[in-house]
Design a protein around this ligand. Structure first.
Ligand code: GLU
Length: 320
């Protein structure tokens, strides 16, 4: 393939060239073997799961297109899940906009859309299941109180404390009377004893040992929303019969927790594909707070989606 030089005009050209240069250090992530596997299977059933708390940016476009490739560009295999669990931060207008951004990226999806905000009863049933097994317990401590017990991060992971015995019956009663709602924590050591050693599979064929003990007694039911990221994604992926969970590398560590929850709840374990993240010029992951230009800044460029697709599959240096 010969290098393609692209010229853009005006203000958008500056934004676009900056955006494209963000891809510079990303190695091609779809190997030829993977590409032919995807073709043979006519795509893996996978999903794109944005949180509608802001506009999509170029990092989301990249993530969506990676999922689209894994799905074999087959709309039946590409599911759209709206991660609006934290509904106070989400809005309908962002949902509308992200759907039109996906259409602009030439992505179409299975008509079974899933909304986390409509699944609270499923999350409650799973929490009850774990409560019946005595694997979760209520925690009435405040965030500030907890911070005193947090272990220093190991591999970037903060270990949550076991708070089961920290408050007296009397203190718990007082807090209940004040109307304080508890968070629900997993008794990690007990859960691990129940499941034994676990591992999960990566799409490149490697098997990774799960080490959920690194995380300690994680919260599965937040006191404000009665669920948590970990619990909801595990239940939602099972509900949608996801074969490959496609998501960013920043969520790779959480897979150890997800594998444990799948085992405790009797759910199948999908295969995982963690793609690289796009970093801004300051070396930080693109985010809404990062003032990353939203996709609407690029909408006038009809060829960008195809160019990003090629970047993911080939040598991106030909594009910058
Ligand atoms: N909603 C999550 C995100 O926006 C993705 C959830 C997941 O893939 O586990 O990063």
């Amino acid at each position: 393939m010969f290098p393609v030089k692209i010229k853009f005009m005006g203000r958008n050209s500056v934004i676009l060239n900056n955006a494209l240069s963000l891809f510079k250090n990303i190695v091609p992530i779809i190997s030829h073997e993977l590409e032919s596997d995807i073709k043979k299977k006519n795509g893996w059933r996978t999903r794109f799961a944005p949180s509608p708390s802001g506009f999509l940016h170029i990092g989301h476009a990249y993530a969506a297109l990676v999922s689209w490739i894994i799905a074999g560009e087959n709309p039946d295999k590409f599911l759209l899940r709206i991660d609006d669990l934290d509904y106070t931060r989400c809005s309908k207008s962002y949902i509308k906009k992200l759907k039109s951004d996906l259409k602009w990226l030439n992505i179409s999806w299975n008509n079974k859309e899933l909304y986390q905000s409509q699944r609270f009863s499923n999350y409650a049933t799973a929490l009850q299941q774990l409560l019946d097994l005595d694997l979760i317990y209520p925690c009435y401590l405040s965030r500030l109180e907890i911070s005193e017990f947090l272990s220093p991060p190991i591999d970037g992971v903060l270990k949550q404390p076991s708070t089961r015995q920290l408050l007296s019956e009397q203190a718990i009663k007082k807090r209940k009377e004040k109307g304080i709602k508890p968070a629900l924590r997993l008794d990690m050591m007990k859960a691990i004893k129940k499941t034994g050693g676990l591992s999960w599979s990566s799409l490149d064929g490697t098997i990774k040992k799960a080490e959920p003990e690194k995380f300690g007694d994680i919260i599965l039911g937040r006191r404000d929303i009665s669920s948590s990221y970990h619990l909801s994604v595990v239940l939602d992926d099972a509900e949608s019969e996801i074969e490959v969970v496609t998501r960013g590398e920043d969520l790779c560590a959480s897979t150890d927790i997800h594998r444990l929850l799948q085992d405790l709840l009797g759910l199948p374990s999908p295969i995982y594909f963690h793609h690289p993240l796009i970093f801004g010029p300051d070396g930080k992951k693109l985010s809404k707070s990062h003032q990353s230009p939203s996709l609407s800044n690029f909408r006038s460029d009809k060829t960008l989606p195809n160019r990003i697709l090629k970047m993911i599959m080939n040598n991106i240096s030909t594009f910058v």
